[in-house]
Design a protein around this ligand. Sequence first.
Ligand SMILES: [Zn+2]
Length: 479
Amino acid sequence: MRLTTRLLAASALAVSGTLALVAPAGAQDAATVERAAAIRDAALSRNIALDYVTQITTRFGARPAGSHSEQQAAAWAAGYMREHGFQNVRIEQFPLVGWERGEESAAVLGDHPQRLVVAALGHSPGTNGVIEAEVVRFETLEALNAAPAGSLAGKIAYVDPGQMVRMQDGSGYGPLTRIRGAGPAAAAAKGAVAFVIRSVGSDEHRMPHTGTTRYVDGVVPLPGFALAAPDADQLSRLIAMGGPVRISLSSTAHTYQTVSQNVVGEITGATRPHEVIVLGSHMDSWDLGTGAIDDAAGGAITLAAAKTIAESGRRPARTVRVVLYGSEEVDQPTNTGNGGGAYLRGIGSEVENHIIAGESDFGADRIYALGLPPGAQGSDFAKAAGRVLYPIGVLPSADPELHGGADIGPLAGAGVPVFGLNQDGTRYFDLHHTADDTLDKIDPAQMSQNVAAWAALVWLIADSDVDFRAMRPAAQAAH
Ligand SMILES: [Zn+2]
């Protein structure tokens, strides 16, 4: 707290003219904050991130979890890190059940046959030929769960909760992924032979959004499909016109045993290298697009931020570690935590020296808010960070950051504080998990703003002795 008080004072010097408040303080801290502003501006004027995201999406295309493509991309990314001055670069493998989409199709049967645009849901089994059956529509998962036992015997369960609500913070997504995850098991429990969900996305295109479904007791019991939004509207209208509607579904998807891997590299701290700040994102993508926004962009942003810090003329006191996590997108028969879980198991007791972790996994559009761990918001550190980030449009979030995302979630669960640099997700779910997730959707200027925010914030943490665990309110410090 002592240091951060001086950080606050020093920041007033660094961004003089924006929000200057307090008298000058220690030269060391003033230098840290001044350098944060310089690092921020350096990141804005270059575009290192664009090089990485262009190369990885162009060289490897889609990078499904555990695929040869993901493995090759990981090896290439490790080389990229070494080339760009990262230290202790390593690849850490872990076993994975992979999933491969095969051929898939769907159609309305009867007097006026119509093709439907679908995508099999990740980790759902194939159909073993063609399923032809009557569709029963539900608007909610609760309604499906409330259907009488056996009432869906030989039928296809179809859940259409309506279009996803478009929100800047992406909060429309969570309630619908719950249906995607739990739907197949819920449908199987009523005797259904397949599960169809209205594609989880905010667009109005015939571009279905895939995504993982959930294992229950080690299995995904039914083939599951996402139905593109206009096709979902069409099917729902047909059902509303009365009379049974029959459709066909086929998929040759299958699972296989493979390995995935985390790629780790760091800018080693100058004076306290054992104190680690983790910058996370994921290497894998869905198979339909090239995974530019989900999540090559996150790797690009975090790598570029660390590189900008490394090239600022002085290494920070603490270590900045970039982790490109493997296989974030898929559920597994047993809960291993995928790349995030493998990383946590790998570091063992070193977790105590993890100062904080952050994750970039929401595209590349501009960052608008900073969420800090409980107790840190409103602190002197937060005020210093606020002054450095305000000029690029990043304001303090009203809510503390508690859990991070899927990659750093296991670290958060083990007591590591997390931060969030919240991106504008207004258009993210138009593209997410679709064939349209491609490089052209990245706006280089907005991606640079991301790098600037990450680089400046991470520098402030890495070159200070700010201790987020000590700031945690007593009620949450049970760890
Ligand atoms: Zn992602």
